[in-house]
Design a protein around this ligand. Structure first.
Ligand SMILES: *Cc1c(COP(=O)(O)O)cnc(C)c1O
Length: 471
């Protein structure tokens, strides 16, 4: 029989082999175009080029994979990538993935992986406290992504407000439950409404003010109208850094509104929550500590690999109340609250040790390391804003996060011209930017998501924009 272990010298050989190509990519990412020009047929054929009907040499297979990833992907690790919060990966997190894969601890039950579970617990508490929650009451869980964290929030809020909903079902509710968020909030909220059976009609999309944050007056009016019309408002989702333009909702005002109407306040701080690590800029998130729950994507600004998000809450019982289920086939752990089994406390069942991805860099560099790196990126954003203005561009959004939506008089408010310019910039291989409509007019959007982006990169971006504007 073949041996899945291969043997010790082969393991060393392929690890060295992979290391060479990973190192080439990691060290010299910027030698590659940020985004390749991909021929669809070519990549489809390439992906199918190895048959499973024969065996293939390890080096051949591994080269095929690393070359494919190098050739056919947008390189978020490139310092000219100004994209949607997909980071360059801090190196230690990649080691975390390898360690986790080899030990493969099963975190579903505490008793199967006590150490890994306690590391995640330590992280949940540390992030909770950092965001302003009380250590004694804060709770949370690692999620695969922001979409799962937001779904967790909707489930918790629903269960908090309607304690029988998960036995009797949403059909049993006398009044339709309503969720409120801004028209700029992330669509994973709508998905969560669908998944929970509330339906997308249960999401009230509230218009934004000039700075693209939720209009709190309209929010209040809508809630009052809905109550009068016989609906049951139960959840307000504030966004601390919208995906589109980095707008931060007025979290204090949202908290006041939630107090008045007895609603759950969830803050979606997917990217923007990273600012909490910055000694200088954490204040832009003021009010976040008054949330009942917060979601923070570590795979955005904390520079860890995909599938790492945190759901945090200041209600120590809500996760267990929402996800507890009785089984006869899982190991039992006595005191459920002191030593919670993650499978009784979250959406996931089998659970990977994704927390190690943040534990390693945080333990090695400390909060002060993250403070430096995140403050630096905010200031690179400020610098880019200044450089753009100096070069004749107009800034169209208003945020302290490093998310810049801009345009140029020569584009004459023509969306097609904006799209073409962005396509040309991407095709140059020098930078990756995107488009976003701000108050109805398309803008060019550049986000700083890479701790390696320097002033030189920003100059290169401006030059690339300028030369393509002329075309
Ligand atoms: C990215 C993002 C999400 C979704 O998170 P995923 O990790 O992509 O699932 C939700 N909300 C906001 C504001 C985001 O920026």
């Amino acid at each position: 029989m073949i041996d899945f272990d291969i043997n010790s010298s082969e393991r060393k050989r392929i690890l060295d082999f992979v290391h060479v190509s990973l190192e080439e990519f990691y060290q010299h990412t910027n030698r590659l175009p940020v985004a390749p020009i991909v021929d669809e047929e070519e990549v489809k054929n390439y992906a199918k080029s190895l048959s499973f009907d024969t065996s293939n040499g390890m080096e051949k297979v591994l080269s095929m994979v690393t070359e494919g990833l190098q050739k056919y992907a947008v390189h978020t690790a490139h310092s000219g990538y100004y994209g949607l919060y997909n980071p360059r990966i801090n190196y230690l997190s990649s080691i975390a993935d390898y360690i986790t894969a080899i030990f493969n601890p099963q975190l579903a039950a505490w008793s199967h992986a006590p150490f890994a579970n306690e590391i995640e617990r330590h992280l949940v508490e540390s992030f909770g406290v950092k965001l302003g929650f009380d250590k004694s009451s804060c709770d949370g869980t690692f999620c695969t992504a922001g979409a799962e964290s937001n779904l967790t929030a909707v489930q918790c809020a629903l269960n908090h407000h309607f304690p029988n909903v998960f036995t009797k079902g949403v059909l049993s509710l006398p009044k339709r439950p309503l969720i409120y968020c801004s028209s700029e909030s992330h669509h994973s909220i709508v998905k969560a409404a669908r998944t929970t059976g509330l339906g997308s009609d249960s999401v009230r999309s509230i218009a934004v003010t000039d700075d693209l944050s939720i209009n709190c007056n309209l929010l209040k009016e809508q809630i009052e109208r809905d109550i009068a019309d016989g609906y049951e408002p139960f959840l307000v989702v504030g966004t601390a850094g919208t995906t589109g333009s980095g707008a931060i909702d007025n979290l204090e005002m949202l908290a006041d509104i939630c107090d008045i109407y007895n609603m759950w306040m969830h803050t979606d701080a997917a990217f923007g929550g990273g600012a909490i690590a910055s000694g200088k800029y954490a204040k832009i998130l003021k009010g976040i500590e008054r949330s009942n729950s917060i979601m923070l994507d570590l795979h955005k600004w904390f520079s860890v690999p995909m599938a790492t998000s945190l759901f945090l809450t200041n209600d120590p019982a809500i996760l267990f109340k929402t996800f507890n289920i009785k089984t006869s086939y899982m190991p039992v752990d006595g005191d459920q609250v002191a030593r919670v089994d993650p499978y009784l406390h979250s959406i996931q069942w089998s659970r990977r040790f994704n927390g190690l991805r943040i534990f390693l860099p945080l333990a090695v560099f400390g909060w002060s390391g993250y403070d430096e790196v995140i403050t630096y990126q905010i200031e690179m954003g400020n610098q880019l804003r200044e450089m753009l203005i100096e070069d004749g561009w107009e800034i169209r959004n208003d945020t302290q996060l490093p998310v810049i939506c801009f345009s140029h008089a020569q584009l004459a408010g023509d969306d097609d011209k904006v799209s073409k310019l962005v396509d040309d910039v991407i095709a140059s291989g020098q930078a990756w930017v995107s488009t976003y409509p701000v108050h109805g007019a398309l803008t060019i959007r550049a986000c700083i998501t890479n701790y390696k982006t320097t002033t030189e990169d920003l100059k290169n971006l401006i030059n690339t924009l300028k030369s393509n504007l002329k075309n």
